[in-house]
Structure formats: structure tokens, C-alpha cells
Design a protein around this ligand. Structure first.
Ligand code: HEM
Length: 413
């Protein structure tokens, strides 16, 4: 049993945001424990870390998602009442929709992304500087819409990509960032809601295997279709996270740049490229934490969980936990050569079995898109990396290298 430390968080969210990705990790390491209590402006919140903490967090007998995602995150990142906030049979049924859309689609999606990368080279060759993050979000937005069956003219790609990124960027933003993200969501849901209506009344005829078609005609367990607004929210839950991969693309480019010692392996060895991508997903900051609420009262390792108590899982901390990873603050793709993965010890996109929990259904797609993009950046083109500010903050979620990763003098290899 632990003596559970209690940490005062007098200013609530503001304190957490200021302390950033390391907030829970610093405290659990200091107290050598997997569990902390926060006195969150007078309210008790429990933080879980470590593999055992993750295993507990994904026990759906003990925890639910309903009421756990703050309204400010629903109004920006996920959408109100989206799949992320569902529980029980209703969740499993909705999750099947997403899993069926993604099953064995990773090669196809990665190819769409590659085509979009390749279509940009000629333009890059004539520009002085190219900001990789800006290009990545547009590339991924085009590819996501093509995959989902949404027609998006080239002239609108940047505008929509910026709106989708604004929703992601709102995550840890309190002032203007939050409002920009919220407004972007309102506009995008209206746009996609209109498209769903057009599909339902026959004005648009997307192919039947597309997300657009499947979501438009998806039926809940009660046999009813989703409202067009709810359908728009779930369609967005496909294209928004696709565009969010641009953050990891930018970190991938940073990792290639910072670790020239891996150059030869990246060129020759596709299994090394996979390890490299896994290490990018582990090492760089992306998802900071996840939240749930206890369904009922129980005690675990001496900690009393009361009914409906808010519980936070330290995703970033688990990615850097020295009990799971040797020398966790070192970027070392080789660690994945013999990594003994369980469902709870490597969870950059959530833990547990994706068919039963909220774990991201798109890990295979994310990995394949990043592997192909890594191959493209490391092996298909050459470029210079001019002087720029490549630092990124662990006190801002989501984080990104300051400059967005500028490249110049781009050529086919
Ligand atoms: C869920 C991360 C890419 C669709 C999640 C969760 C995380 C996550 C942390 C929640 C896990 C939980 O609550 O237990 C990421 C990261 C990505 C990524 C870091 C890479 C940048 C994608 C992509 C798609 C996607 C490309 C769609 C094509 C979803 C959906 C859910 C989800 C629909 C909700 C699942 C549920 O609630 O059951 N993702 N994701 N994600 N992700 Fe991803």
C-alpha cells in the first residue's frame, strides 16, 4: 500500500497547463508512486500512472467516460457527445463503425498521403523556404477527405486544414486559442452537416465504402440514424485526427535532423523505419493525459475512489516511465527491437484492446502514414535545414517545434 501524496492545485486547470506534460510525472517520481491525489480547487481528483495505473484506468467495470471529458474539450477537440464520451454497448456499437472503416485500410490511406506529398515537390523546388508543418496539414487534409469521400477543391484545402488544426490546438489553450478552436468547430460541423444532408437526400452520391456514406447511414442500437450534426461530429473524428498527424510528421522531421547517425539505416531497413516511428510516438509530446470517472466507490492500493470521481491517466508519463523504458529521455529507436509490449505499457494513442476500450482505432493507419512519410523525407527527397528555432515546449499542449520545421533547396533524390 502507498501513502498517497496529495498535491494542491489551487488554480486548477491553469496550474496544470503551466506545469505541462511533466506535471504528474514530476510528482509521481518525487513520491515514487503510481497514484496521486490532487486537491483541485477543493475537489479530489486522482492521477494514475505506470502500467498498473493504465490497466486500472481501462477497467470498464470501474470507470466510465460519461462526464469525464470537460465541455471545453468537447466543444473544440472531440465534439459534444462524440464516441469518446460514450460507454457500454452504445460505445462498442459506435466503435465498430470506426473500426470497420479502418480495417486493413492503412496501405490505402498511406498511399493517398504519399501521392499528396509527391504532388507538392515541384512547387517546393521553386520556393525559397517550405514550412513542413504547414505542408503536412494540407497534405493530410487532402488525403483524409479523399479517403473519407468528401469532395474538397484544392482552393479550400488550406482553409479547412487550418480549421481542423485549430480544434487540436485549442486543447491546452485558455484564452484566444480556445475561442479560435471553438469557432472552427462550429464552422466545420456546419459544413459537414450540410454534406451529410446532401448524401441523405441523394444530392451527393459518395461510394458506399467511404466514411461519408457509412456514417450518413449508420444506425444506432435503437435503429435510428445519427442527427446530421452528430454524423458531422463523427465524420470530423476521422478527418481531424488525420490532420493532427501533421504534428507527428513535424517531430519525425526533427528526429531525422537531430539524429543523422540513423541515416543509413533509414535508407536501407524498413523494419528500422517502423522502430523509428514508434520511438517518435513515444518520445515526443502529443497526448498529455486522458480522463475517466469512477462508476462506483472502491479502494485500490490504499486509494479510495468515490463514485463519479474524476480520474486522470498520465499518458506522457507512461511514455517516459523509467520502469518501462531504459534511459527514457534518450531518443533510441533500437529499444523497439525487443520491446515486450502489453496493452498497457506503450499507450501514445490510448491503451487496452481497441475493440473493447476507447483506445484509438487508427494506430495502424497512423504508423503506416508516418512510416511512408519518413521514407519520403529521409530517402526520396533532399533538402537543407536552414538556421531556425527548432525548440518545442513541454508546457504547451499540443506542442510543436517553434519554426514548424523549415526546409529549403528541396529536390528529388
Ligand atoms: C481515440 C490518439 C490518430 C480516430 C484516440 C485516443 C487517443 C488517440 C489518445 C483516446 C484513447 C482513450 O480515450 O482511451 C491519437 C493520436 C493520433 C491519432 C496521437 C495520431 C496523431 C487518429 C486517426 C484517426 C483517429 C488518424 C482517424 C482516422 C480516433 C477515434 C477515437 C480515437 C475515432 C475514439 C475511439 C473511442 O472513443 O472509442 N486517439 N489518435 N485517431 N482516435 Fe485517435
Amino acid at each position: 500500500n502507498y501513502n498517497i501524496p496529495v498535491i494542491d492545485v489551487p488554480e486548477g486547470l491553469k496550474d496544470l497547463i503551466t506545469d505541462g506534460y511533466n506535471f504528474i510525472k514530476n510528482n509521481t517520481e518525487q513520491h515514487r508512486c503510481d497514484i496521486l491525489e490532487l486537491n483541485f480547487m477543493g475537489q479530489k481528483v486522482v492521477c494514475l500512472s505506470g502500467e498498473e495505473g493504465a490497466r486500472l484506468f481501462y477497467d470498464s467495470e470501474r470507470f466510465q467516460r460519461y462526464g469525464a471529458v470537460p465541455m471545453r474539450v468537447q466543444k473544440t477537440l472531440f465534439g459534444v457527445n462524440a464516441v469518446h464520451t460514450m460507454d457500454g454497448q452504445g460505445h462498442i456499437h459506435r466503435k465498430q463503425l470506426f473500426l470497420s472503416l479502418m480495417r486493413k485500410k492503412e496501405k490505402k490511406v498511406a498511399q493517398l498521403v504519399m501521392k499528396n506529398w509527391e504532388s507538392r515537390i515541384d512547387r517546393w523546388a521553386t520556393s525559397k523556404n517550405v514550412v513542413l508543418f504547414d505542408e503536412a496539414k494540407d497534405v493530410l487534409c487532402s488525403a483524409a477527405c479523399q479517403w473519407a469521400g468528401i469532395e474538397l477543391p484544392e482552393s479550400e484545402v488550406k482553409k479547412r486544414a487550418d480549421e481542423l488544426i485549430a480544434m487540436v490546438d485549442a486543447l491546452g489553450g485558455l484564452g484566444p486559442r480556445y475561442y479560435v478552436g471553438k469557432l472552427a468547430r462550429i464552422k466545420t460541423e456546419k459544413w459537414l452537416g450540410g454534406i451529410i444532408d446532401d448524401v441523405r437526400n441523394g444530392r451527393l452520391k459518395p461510394e458506399e465504402n467511404t466514411a461519408l456514406f457509412k456514417i450518413a447511414f449508420f444506425k444506432e442500437l435503437d435503429g435510428k440514424e445519427l442527427s446530421s450534426q452528430m454524423a458531422a461530429v463523427e465524420l470530423l473524428n476521422i478527418i481531424r485526427p488525420m490532420v493532427a498527424i501533421s504534428l507527428l510528421v513535424t517531430f519525425t522531421a526533427l528526429a531525422i535532423h537531430k539524429h543523422p547517425e540513423h541515416k543509413e539505416k533509414l535508407l536501407l531497413d524498413s523494419s528500422f523505419r517502423e522502430m523509428f516511428v514508434q520511438e517518435v510516438r513515444r518520445y515526443y509530446p502529443f497526448v498529455p493525459v486522458l480522463g475517466a470517472r469512477s462508476r462506483k466507490g472502491f479502494t485500490w492500493k490504499g486509494c479510495e475512489f468515490k463514485e463519479k470521481m474524476l480520474v486522470i491517466l498520465d499518458v506522457y508519463g507512461i511514455n517516459h516511465d523509467p520502469r518501462i523504458w531504459d534511459d527514457p529521455d534518450k531518443f533510441n529507436p533500437r529499444r523497439f527491437e525487443d520491446f515486450d509490449s502489453s496493452l498497457y505499457n506503450f499507450i501514445p494513442q490510448g491503451g487496452g484492446d481497441p475493440t473493447k476500450t476507447h483506445r484509438c482505432p487508427a494506430e495502424p493507419i497512423t504508423i503506416e502514414v508516418l512510416k511512408n512519410t519518413l521514407d519520403f523525407l529521409a530517402n526520396k527527397i533532399t533538402y537543407d535545414v536552414p538556421d531556425q528555432n527548432l525548440s518545442y515546449s513541454l508546457k504547451r499542449a499540443p506542442s510543436l517545434p517553434q519554426s514548424g520545421f523549415i526546409i529549403s533547396n528541396v529536390k528529388w533524390r
